[in-house]
Design a protein around this ligand. Structure first.
Ligand SMILES: *[C@@H]1O[C@H](CO)[C@@H](O)[C@H](O)[C@H]1NC(C)=O
Length: 488
């Protein structure tokens, strides 16, 4: 019955949206995706003040005077490790999502995960007083584990607590807060704000604020009703949670839908990795999830972000203007992600992914050509326009949809394990781009963008052929579609 009434709704209905649900979305998303975004962006600007500090430490520790060049190389490597180990932590955190989500629940795991934030901030804040850059590396590793867990747990919780017709919009909140917190990190990290010799330890420590907010707010929210009923068989608790989330006692239809899903999976224990791979009705969505995660990272978004200041300088902006333009790009990212939150329930996931990836393919190809002629003023101005357009296209769908699509493609028993695999792959690809891009760009210059264009083209074709539309479909409908596919 719920299904029928949902399909009669106009394309974006706020039915089911209420202050309780909004509170739960905020409590779950703010404290989790902030860590992911903030710690991605926070290492950018302060690098110029932290690297000299590392160099001084290394000099102080050495008995013999160090040769300037080898010291510089040494510091560069140390800093690269401090930056990249965040993604290594993310991979490990991603791999732990399934076990945690099952054992402690979605809400329980999100709360427990804050232990990593406290530990990370503890070490990062002590790095300077204790004169140890190793503590920064340790801190970034721990906050990486936290962020990897968040990237799976938070979208899973959001998808499970939302009414079907709002699942995509609510899922987009995760990416929206990432873009906002990257922006916050970029602004605060500017050399005229907190990116200074004195203040950078405080800048790193700020990440504890959303953790505290989450520890205060999330306990008021219920555990995911789907987890309570479908994973634990606790019907009464699930009904109570759903009543709270919907702000009404009229949750009969939705409870019935969940109960019928429960009946169909009751005898199936949690799906293991081997089963995911062996069972063809699970292998197809697993493959799609992995490809979508690879597509998001291998689109080169982080390379564009990283390179953008460079491109702005080429267009004759001075260093400060270029920094401001980079912040402008962050603003565009936030605004467009916000718009995509509305679009995702109207146009659908597949359409937005296709527009995003095909658009990025055209955009990046042109950008690579422009950069070949960068000495011409016109080409360098066009390059700036293309960078901004790239961000718009990325935010249309490729930025936000992958996070929650995985939750939509799997039923309750397979969701935790599948999410683990997909999230670990996402962080792995993020890591790869991070370490491969600088040497590749050094070797083949801006031609590296031709490589990204080819990848975007391939992913566009894949999405067009393989990704199903999941808008306004129940998880039951989606998994039965994959079961039918696998018999063909
Ligand atoms: C290096 O040693 C000098 C002299 O002992 C000290 O003043 C300075 O703070 C040390 N530098 C760092 C980064 O610890």
């Amino acid at each position: 019955m719920a299904k029928r009434s949902d399909k009669e709704q106009p394309s974006l209905s706020l039915k089911g949206f209420n202050p309780h649900l909004a509170f739960a979305i905020g409590a779950a998303a703010l404290g989790s995706s902030f860590q992911h975004g903030f710690n991605t962006g926070v290492v950018n600007s302060p690098a110029t003040v932290i690297q000299p500090w590392i160099a001084e430490l290394k000099m102080n520790r050495s008995d013999v005077p160090l040769n300037k060049e080898s010291l510089e190389a040494d510091v560069t490597v140390t800093w690269a490790i401090a930056v990249a180990i965040f993604c290594v932590g993310g991979m490990i955190g991603g791999a732990l999502v399934g076990t945690a989500a099952d054992r402690f629940g979605r809400k329980g795991s999100l709360l427990l995960n804050n232990i990593f934030v406290v530990a990370a901030v503890f070490f990062e804040a002590l790095a300077k007083p204790l004169a140890s850059y190793e503590l920064i590396i340790l801190g970034r590793f721990l906050i990486g584990i936290n962020s990897g867990l968040n990237a799976g747990l938070s979208p899973m919780y959001l998808a499970e607590i939302s009414p079907m017709h709002l699942r995509g919009a609510v899922g987009t909140v995760y990416q929206l807060i990432i873009t906002i917190s990257i922006l916050v990190a970029q602004v605060l990290g500017m050399n005229k704000l907190m990116g200074t010799t004195e203040l950078w330890p405080w800048l790193f420590s700020l990440t504890i604020v959303p953790a505290i907010v989450q520890l205060i707010t999330l306990p008021f929210c219920p555990e995911s009703p789907k987890y309570l009923l479908l994973s634990k068989g606790r019907d009464m608790d699930a009904q109570r949670a759903l009543t709270w989330l919907r702000g009404t006692i009229e949750v009969h239809d939705e409870m019935e839908d969940m109960r019928s899903e429960y009946e169909s999976i009751k005898l199936i224990p949690r799906v293991t990795l081997t089963e995911l791979i062996m069972n063809s009705s699970l292998r197809i969505p697993l493959f799609i999830s992995i490809m979508i995660m690879l597509a998001q990272q291998l689109s080169g978004i982080n390379a564009i972000m990283f390179y953008s200041t460079n491109i702005f300088e080429m267009a004759q902006l001075d260093a400060e203007q270029a920094q401001n333009a980079t912040i402008g790009v962050g603003v565009v990212n936030v605004l467009m992600t916000f718009i995509s939150m509305i679009l995702v329930e109207k146009a659908g996931r597949k359409t937005l992914l296709l527009i995003g990836f095909f658009g990025m393919f055209l955009d990046t190809s042109l950008l690579a050509v422009c950069l070949l002629f960068k000495s011409h003023a016109a080409a360098s101005i066009l390059a700036v326009v293309l960078v901004v357009l790239f961000i718009v296209l990325f935010a249309t769908g490729p930025g936000s949809i992958p996070w929650f699509l995985v939750s939509e493609l799997f039923n309750q028993s397979a969701r935790p394990t599948a999410t683990s695999v997909a999230i670990a792959i996402n962080w792995g690809a993020n890591f790869l781009v991070g370490i491969m891009f600088p040497p590749l760009a050094a070797a083949i210059n801006s031609n590296v963008f031709f490589v990204f264009a080819v990848l975007q083209g391939l992913f566009t074709v894949f999405i067009w052929l393989k990704v199903p539309e999941t808008k306004n479909k129940s998880i039951e409908e989606i998994s039965s579609m994959f079961r039918q596919q696998s018999y063909q």
